[in-house]
Write a protein that binds this ligand. Structure first.
Ligand code: ADP
Ligand code: MG
Length: 148
């Protein structure tokens, strides 16, 4: 498991910038798991990442539906982006019923909040981002590449 990034941010803007830096590590089919407590900045980081991928849609956590779909560009090519928020997921079966595996193993980019709720459906080969509160507006963010 290789560490790609480890930093401390002091504002939502800095966390969004950290998200933008992630694009360098992405390719079609990438899965990125964002793990961290409520309010650590998962959505904020995904907003920065999507902005860097030229997404024009409003990026916000999907609450009632579990997946938001956006279109962006990566390395000059159009790319589908699937933004999951699994906080309210009741079971891994429910995720399976949504056809999540088609997204996870497809050629779009999957950005997943609360990935721990996906159980063993989550591909082992992915980027793992962890966000932690570090007092006030400070957050500690680390990114690891995990290979299956
Ligand atoms: P999550 O998706 O992890 O629940 P959000 O991105 O929705 O978190 O919310 C993060 C909240 O924390 C926002 O209200 C944001 O303004 C605030 N915040 C304060 N400092 C930071 C920081 N350094 N990085 C990210 N968000 C921050
Ligand atoms: Mg969120």
């Amino acid at each position: 498991m290789a560490r790609l990034l480890s930093l401390r941010t002091r504002s939502p803007e800095e966390t969004a910038q950290a998200g933008a830096r992630l694009t360098a590590a992405l390719e079609p089919g990438s899965v990125v798991a964002f793990q961290g407590d409520l309010g650590t900045g998962k959505t904020c980081m995904i907003q920065g990442l999507c902005r860097a991928l030229h997404v024009r849609d409003y990026v916000t956590s999907p609450t009632f539906i579990l997946i938001n779909e956006y279109t962006g560009t990566l390395h000059g090519e159009a790319i589908d982006i699937y933004h999951f928020d699994l906080y309210r997921l009741r079971s891994v079966d429910e995720l399976e019923d949504l056809g999540a595996e088609e997204y996870f193993w497809g050629c779009g980019i999957c950005l997943i909040e609360w990935p721990e709720h996906a159980g063993n459906l989550l591909p082992a080969s992915r980027l793992d981002v962890t966000l932690e509160h570090a007092g006030g507006d400070e957050r500690v963010i680390t990114v690891h590449r995990r290979s299956g």
